[in-house]
Design a protein around this ligand. Structure first.
Ligand code: GDP
Ligand code: IMO
Ligand code: MG
Length: 450
């Protein structure tokens, strides 16, 4: 029996998403009673690999593989019921039973077919300025939420003619038909479909804020799982090339209905380099032949869309910013092994912008696009060993340890977990870090026994 965590922990991406949140959340989950998602939707793709078997979670929290964990999809998430059912079916077919331990907030907004159509039209209209979204209808669903014309999970219960659901869907479909070229949607069909999902959804629907607060009052520890990352946050990210929700720490409170004081620790997940999917400025991006090497070694293809990820050097300006904006108390550094073949590594320590040296990301996209990264160079460890699969810090080459130490120094938060491969076990938990307590007996055997 793994020990129970005494703290509640938020796990957030500190870059542009895909930092390896899924792996780390899965690893930590056995110490928690509840794992809760607060924002995003099935634009997320969280990969968990267990003994070579790959699971990709989109909407369902990455704690679901552990039978004792209850998973919560909070009010801040946008839910496409078809995507949710497909994910449940997938898990079920692989022997993971979600019955009775997957809860969906009645206040979460629903993604309906017209959201995807609106998004496609908007991306088309933007042409070269398109965001490069995941085409899942995420943005338009959040737009409707803010415009107060959205449909929430709880609304699906009442599809009577003349009721709110019918009226809202009629109005939204009418607006969609005006905005989008091509065949019109029939609002009655959309309504029928929306009403049909209720039967299957209903047993999972709950007041999840109430559920979480009761769990917290009973001292059942909760892990708050973020989707995306700080640089994709709608307020703090590289706007407008961002997602439409708050991937930073505040999103946990608003997206789950919990107070800030219940969050005892904030674990930032960072890759040992940087990637980004979709459009938008990326100061440390590598040119293609070099980017392709990292992409191949790190298998950098989107877990949701399969798109190749853009690759670049570690950006300490961005990570330091993420540590500050979120109050990150520790970091988990993933994919160190991907750098095993490099003779030399670069770390961006500042941006040169219009004759000035910046140590914080500028607010506007124009400024960020004109920033030149300032690098420092460190020796790689290709000639002195490998980190791949290392489960003991003492097995890391000295140059890898020096690289980690420098990243820690520049980022302003201690590295508690080092990940050296995609499998659950390929992990080093620093014994003097709070993560050692959260992990307990889930840590690799050699870590536990020392
Ligand atoms: P998330 O969205 O933050 O959960 O990350 P993704 O799952 O989208 O992308 C991370 C990818 O890196 C997945 O394919 C993981 O299996 C893989 N991964 C995670 N940690 C490591 C690691 O330490 N080394 C390697 N080589 N792969 C890793
Ligand atoms: P996880 O949780 C990486 C990116 C898209 C696009 C922008 C807006 O797996 O880290 P959206 O469909 O959200 O409106 O697209 O955000 N994006 C992600 N990039 N990881 C993710 O999630 C992402 N979710 C959205 O590529 O650039
Ligand atoms: Mg991902």
């Amino acid at each position: 029996m793994p020990p129970t965590a005494t703290d509640n922990l938020a796990v957030l991406g500190a870059q542009w998403g895909d930092e390896g949140k899924g792996k780390i959340v899965d690893l930590l989950s056995p110490a928690f009673a509840v794992v809760a998602r607060s924002q995003g939707g099935h634009n997320a793709g969280h990969t968990v690999i267990v003994d070579g078997d790959e699971f990709i979670l989109h909407l369902i929290p990455s704690g679901i593989l552990h039978p004792g964990v209850t998973c919560v999809i909070g009010n801040g998430v946008v839910v496409d019921p078809a995507a949710l059912f497909a994910e449940i079916d997938q898990l079920q077919s692989r022997g993971i039973d979600t019955g009775g331990r997957l809860l969906v907030s009645s206040r979460a907004h629903v993604i309906l077919p017209y959201h995807r159509d609106l998004e496609a039209a908007s991306e088309d209209r933007l042409g070269a300025q398109r965001i490069g979204t995941t085409s899942r209808g995420i943005g338009p669903s959040y737009e409707h939420k803010a415009a107060r014309c959205g449909v929430r999970i709880g609304d699906l219960a009442d599809a009577r003619p003349g009721g709110r659901l019918a009226a809202q869907i009629e109005s939204n479909v009418t607006a969609r038909n005006r905005a989008v070229t091509g065949p019109a949607l029939d609002w009655r069909q959309v309504l029928e479909e929306a009403a049909r999902v209720w039967e299957r959804l209903q047993p999972m629907v709950a007041d999840t804020s109430r559920y979480l607060n009761d769990a917290l009052d009973a001292r059942r520890p909760v892990l708050f799982e973020g989707a995306q990352g700080t640089m994709l946050d709608i307020d703090h990210g590289t706007y407008p090339y961002v997602t439409s929700s708050n991937a930073t720490i505040g999103g946990v409170c608003t997206g789950l209905g919990v107070g800030p004081r219940v969050i005892d620790g904030v674990l930032g997940i960072v890759k040992a380099y940087t990637t980004r999917v979709g459009e938008g400025p990326f100061p440390t991006e590598l040119d293609e032949p070099q980017a392709e090497r990292l992409r191949a070694w790190g298998r950098e293809y989107g877990a949701s869309t399969g798109r190749p990820r853009r690759c670049g050097w570690f950006d300490a300006v961005g990570v330091r910013y993420a540590v500050r904006v979120n109050g990150m108390t520790a970091l988990a550094m993933t994919k160190l092994d991907v750098l095993d073949n490099l003779d030399e590594l670069r770390i961006c320590t500042g941006y040169r912008c219009g004759g000035e040296m910046l140590t914080d990301p500028p607010a506007t996209i124009g400024e960020l696009a004109s920033c030149e990264p300032v690098y420092e160079t460190m020796p790689g460890w290709s000639g002195s060993g490998r980190t791949a699969g290392a489960r003991d810090e003492r097995d890391l080459p000295a140059a890898a340890r020096a690289y980690l130490e420098r990243l820690e120094e520049l980022s302003g938060a201690p590295v508690a977990i080092i990940s050296t491969g995609s499998d659950r076990g390929d992990t080093i938990v620093r014994r003097d870090s709070p993560a050692a307590r959260w992990l307990g007996s889930c840590a690799p055997a050699d870590e536990r026994d020392r």
